[in-house]
Design a protein around this ligand. Structure first.
Ligand SMILES: *Cc1c(COP(=O)(O)O)cnc(C)c1O
Length: 231
């Protein structure tokens, strides 16, 4: 009765519980097991106390969209939390590849041959092999990152057969002004066609829809932590 929303830590812990419950309900609704989907808590531009609250509540999977911001946030925290899993969900420039491979467990935004080559070289050099997802620009938006669906087979071939990257699945960010479900369905179709098991799709506004369409990972920021700090 009357959960106290007074502290940011309590607000985050409560949101975490509620989102997990909604995720489980969305999964069971379509015959998937509860707990089938991983919540990637998107930490970008969130104040430190909110992140520490989620860590204190036992959450260990986080998403970041900038390499430098992520390095600052996790440098010390990752030593205290060895179970931590960090996902890069923002665009990756080739000059940040070394730092990204050193820090992240999953790189969700592989989207072009030059980046594939740079990642391959750095993985060989460092011996670290974070899982990679290919970002697909399902809405073919000119301003958006991601490979076009039509170009996915070529990029996949380059990434796996030529570069030997550990490609585990696909990721997308649907156009903001369209219903998301058809984009999620397209991504699921592409993943099935290429025998890829990981589907990163769905954010605060539409993660349940994404789970209905087969998401294995949802990326949730503001619904969990509250509004982000301005850029
Ligand atoms: C910011 C971001 C999210 C989280 O967005 P919310 O709407 O706050 O949940 C998810 N995915 C990517 C790629 C993002 O950049």
């Amino acid at each position: 009765m009357g959960i106290d929303m007074g502290s940011p830590a309590q607000a985050v812990a409560q949101a975490l519980t509620e989102i997990r419950a909604r995720m489980d309900r969305a999964a069971t609704m379509v015959g998937r097991p509860a707990g089938a989907v991983t919540l990637v808590a998107v930490a970008k531009r969130q104040p430190a106390p909110r992140i520490d609250a989620a860590l204190a509540a036992g959450h260990h999977v986080y998403g970041e969209n900038r390499v430098q911001e992520a390095q600052q946030r996790w440098r010390d925290r990752r030593e205290i939390h060895p179970a931590l899993r960090l996902h890069l969900v923002g665009p990756l420039q080739t000059n940040k590849v070394r730092d990204a491979v050193a820090l992240f467990d999953v790189i969700e935004t592989v989207d072009r041959p030059r980046l594939v080559a740079a990642l391959s070289e750095e993985m060989a050099r460092s011996g670290r092999r974070p899982d990679c997802l290919i970002q697909v620009n399902t809405g073919a938006e000119p301003q958006k990152h991601g490979v076009l669906a039509a170009d996915l087979p070529d990029l996949l071939r380059t990434a796996t057969e030529e570069a030997g990257l550990p490609i585990a699945g696909l990721m997308c960010i649907p156009p903001a002004d369209q219903p998301a479900a058809p984009h999620f369905a397209l991504l699921a179709e592409l993943a099935a066609a290429h025998d890829l098991s990981i589907l990163s799709m769905g954010m605060s506004a539409d993660y349940e829809t994404a789970i209905h369409q087969g998401a294995t990972h949802v990326r949730v920021g503001s619904a969990l932590f509250g509004a982000r700090e301005a850029l």
